[in-house]
Design a protein around this ligand. Structure first.
Ligand SMILES: NC(=O)c1ccc[n+]([C@@H]2O[C@H](COP(=O)([O-])OP(=O)(O)OC[C@H]3O[C@@H](n4cnc5c(N)ncnc54)[C@H](OP(=O)(O)O)[C@@H]3O)[C@@H](O)[C@H]2O)c1
Length: 337
């Protein structure tokens, strides 16, 4: 059996270039005792993928040249020689940028079926993305009714869920996004109190207008000049959830940092987090988020691109801002749809 795989062929310098990843067809080995064969259905494309390609270890081991590109997947078990998994079960794991995966079952989680939610929602709002928004906001910043919350990359996969949870908790929510269309979606559809187009507006000036009482909570997704502008308006004892810093992921040298002195002077608590630490609490976020979706309090968008062969060009959308919601590759047919 043949398996199409994206292989890391060079560590990108700056933006990901064609050729940093190459699509190869390799022979799948025979299934051994204790192993399962998974056919990938959905592949998650994430900003973090860029860091994993850098050759530097971080919260995960560094990828090596020649490795299958690392990535989160949802797939179906097509064959099992492992008594813990049955053929036909739908599972979530780090299945990589490939059609098939042979696994010993480590890190493989079964996704419940017949929940009434489409399978791809487990790759976004009911999966890692929703958990990141849920715990990153609620656990790290403990938002209170009436507080002002600012979210960067607000129309994105994580950001849009953070904004809506902020509204559910009674916050005044202002989103920062990269187009008028995204800003309109945030204010008209998600009912945010304000939105700022960071590509055409003066973020610092607009924050002053939209957050006259200052900013209590900042959900940080981007870093760089946007962070600088937000920090100047943070209130005393404000909280920052440091989720991501996408503006620096393609940078070849250190990007100028924000004015960290503000954190010191205003006794701000800033906490970074990695969502992997929260997987044991997955049911908490699932119960709340699924309920909020049913009640119409949470909307989500999935940007599903068909075809594994399109993975390496599609990931660039995350850095240009062209993605419309959670970016997902459809690797093969979804048997549940
Ligand atoms: N800590 C964790 O465990 C964890 C888990 C998941 C994700 N994250 C982080 O969460 C953030 C959002 O990830 P996501 O998956 O939800 O992606 P996303 O927001 O759906 O897509 C990325 C968005 O970032 C914005 N962006 C890209 N380059 C930018 C720049 N230079 N300046 C300002 N904005 C820029 C673009 O939106 P605009 O058009 O609005 O500019 C783009 O659409 C990322 O930083 C990611 O690393 C962290």
């Amino acid at each position: 059996m043949q398996n199409k795989q994206w292989i890391l062929s060079s560590f990108p310098k700056g933006d990901i270039q064609d050729g940093d990843l190459v699509l190869q067809e390799n022979e799948l080995s025979e299934l051994k005792d204790n192993e399962i064969l998974i056919r990938n259905i959905y592949l998650s494309l994430d900003p973090a993928n860029r860091g994993w390609m850098s050759g530097q270890a971080s919260y995960v081991d560094a990828m090596q040249i020649g490795d299958v590109m690392r990535g989160g997947t949802i797939g179906i078990i097509e064959d099992s020689k492992n008594e813990k998994f049955k053929k036909g079960e739908i599972v979530n794991c780090m299945g990589g940028w490939q059609e098939y995966l042979i696994s010993d079952g480590k890190g493989v989680r079964v996704i419940p079926q017949n929940t009434g939610f489409p399978l791809d929602s487990f790759m976004s709002v009911l999966g890692m993305t929703g958990m990141t928004a849920y715990f990153g906001l609620l656990d790290i910043t403990d938002p209170k009714e009436g507080e002002t919350l600012v979210v960067s990359a607000a129309a994105g996969a994580v950001g849009s869920i953070v904004c809506q949870i902020g509204k559910i908790k009674g916050c005044k929510v202002v989103g920062i996004a990269g187009s008028d269309e995204k800003c309109e979606w945030l204010t008209k559809n998600l009912k945010l109190d304000g939105a700022i187009n960071h590509k055409t507006e003066n973020v610092r000036k607009r924050l002053k207008e939209l957050c006259p009482d200052g900013i209590d909570i900042y959900f940080e997704n981007v870093g760089g000049p946007i962070t600088e502008a937000v920090l100047t308006r943070m209130n005393i004892k404000g909280r920052i959830s440091l989720c991501g810093l996408i503006s620096g992921y393609n940078a070849e040298s250190l990007v100028p940092g924000p004015a960290w002195g503000n954190l010191l002077i205003k006794r701000i608590k800033l906490q970074g987090f990695i969502i992997f630490d929260y997987y044991k609490r997955m049911m908490e976020s699932f119960m709340d988020l699924s309920q909020w979706i049913k009640e119409g309090k949470i909307q989500y968008k999935n940007d599903i691109v068909p075809g594994l062969e399109n993975a390496s060009t599609s990931i660039k959308k995350l850095f240009s801002g062209e993605n419309k919601g959670k970016l997902i590759i459809q690797v093969s047919e979804d048997p549940t749809s």
